[in-house]
Design a protein around this ligand. Structure first.
Ligand code: HEM
Length: 409
């Protein structure tokens, strides 16, 4: 491919687990803002303006991308389930699914969930307060989101460990690069998840509750309702989409603040900046580094390059969020920034359905960490990043703080 840059495979920014991909993104954007990534077997966009016009261009298709995966890897239950997923549907089916989801009131309004999240965070912090040290990932950011999602959807909390295992197997098996082993493991996991949620949906049909699954069952748009398959897809799809992404957001946001102690202090002094700090963390170090690819249905020109019909394109969110043409001084972490038009939740038709719930969890967690853990500081500078698909999150985030006796909290 003529447009391929001589990038060492170890530094291809599309590869997961890179300790600091941002300088590489800058170099690439300057050299070749529409870049052919051998690791992704497709084009990646690194400029904000290209990304926004591409994401609003109906000449690209998500279903067509899945067809290229089928040609490469053959059919499998995991690929079959992806074909039904909201994030891989094209119009008009996609519009229909989003309209019905808009009618599910529990799904749309996460604010009443605030006390539940506060209770879960309090429980987790109580366990470590006296110790004066903790791993912010293992003790807080990792267990929190699946428990929140379980209670929100209406899944019994004791099912969380097994559901988490299935979701992680799916994430390992649906990357841009697939092996027969991870595909088989993910295919088994999707069948187990569907069997589990199928029983839960049947129960909720008999005895409705005040939860998201019931709300999806009842959602109606001018006589139209979600089919059984669509209910299944939404139930486990929401659990899966909102799980590691929120964990990584909490970890990445806390790391950015720990590395900028003056801004941590500013935040302690002015809690009204908490939503700004979370938006800035989303821009600065996004949990999802690349969007799901789409395939061109005809030749399309982006910048100086022609994307040929049948070729895949993705957006490197981490790169577009630091495009100096869009965000002045993009490498500066600044919680007082007021331009929050980052692409960390995507944009356009496929904008993230869980953004309000993700923001709520991250804001509550940050507020409670600041309030309960005095003199919080990093316990090490040697940090390891997950090597999982398109995501960016820490394996562990060890910290120390002034220990607090339980009577004080
Ligand atoms: C910080 C946390 C999160 C991040 C960074 C994130 C990021 C994203 C992004 C970038 C997209 C667009 C994908 C694309 O266009 O290819 C997306 C879509 C989506 N997200 Fe999230 N997400 C987060 C949390 C959640 C949560 C908590 C849920 C569920 C409760 C959720 C459910 C979804 C769904 C269902 C879609 C597909 C929407 C559609 O295709 O119309 N996400 N998310």
């Amino acid at each position: 491919m003529a447009n391929t840059l001589p990038i060492d495979p170890q530094t291809d920014p599309a590869l997961p687990g890179h300790p600091n991909p941002y300088p590489v993104y800058h170099q690439l954007r300057a050299l070749k803002p529409v870049y052919w990534s051998p690791a992704m077997n497709g084009w990646v966009l690194l400029r904000y303006s290209d990304a926004v016009s591409y994401l609003n261009d109906c000449r690209f298709s998500r279903q067509a991308y899945l067809r290229t995966l089928r040609q490469r890897y053959g059919d499998s239950p995991i690929l079959e389930s992806q074909r039904r997923e909201v994030v891989f549907t094209d119009p008009p089916q996609h519009k229909r699914l989003r309209r019905l989801a808009d009618r599910a009131s529990q799904l749309q309004n996460s604010t009443p969930f605030r006390p539940v999240i506060e209770r879960l965070v309090t429980e987790k912090l109580k366990r470590v307060l006296a110790k004066g040290q903790m791993d912010l990932i293992a003790d807080l950011a990792e267990p929190l989101p699946p428990e929140v999602l379980a209670l929100w959807l209406g899944v019994p909390i004791e099912k969380v460990p097994v559901l988490k295992d299935w979701v992680l197997a799916i994430q390992r098996g649906r990357g841009i690069v697939r092996s027969p082993e991870t595909t088989a493991e993910a295919s088994r996991a999707v069948q187990d998840l569907e069997a589990y949620f199928s029983e839960l949906i049947a129960e909720r049909r008999k005895s409705p509750r005040n939860d998201v699954i019931t709300s999806l069952i009842q959602a109606e748009d001018r006589g139209d309702r979600l089919t059984e398959q669509e209910l299944l897809m939404f139930s486990w799809g929401l659990f899966s989409a909102g799980h590691t992404s929120v964990q990584y957001l909490i970890g990445n946001a806390l790391l950015a603040l720990l590395r900028h102690p003056e801004q941590m202090e500013q935040l302690r002094g002015d809690r009204s900046l908490i939503p700004y700090a979370i938006e800035e963390a989303l821009r600065y170090d996004p949990p999802t580094q690349a969007l799901n690819p789409q395939v061109a249905l005809e030749d399309v020109i982006i910048g100086n390059d022609t994307i040929k019909r049948g070729e895949a394109v993705s957006v490197l969110i981490g790169a577009v969020n630091r495009d100096p043409e869009r965000f002045p001084d993009p490498d500066r972490f600044d919680i007082t920034r007021t331009d929050h038009h980052h692409l960390s939740f995507g944009t356009g038709e496929h904008y993230c359905m869980g953004a309000p719930l993700a923001r709520l969890q991250a804001q509550i967690t940050l507020a409670m960490v600041l309030q309960r853990l005095p003199n919080l500081r990093l316990a090490t500078d040697r940090l390891e990043w997950q090597k999982l698909g398109r995501f960016r999150g820490l394996v562990a985030l060890p910290v120390t703080f002034d220990s607090v006796t339980s009577t004080q909290n």
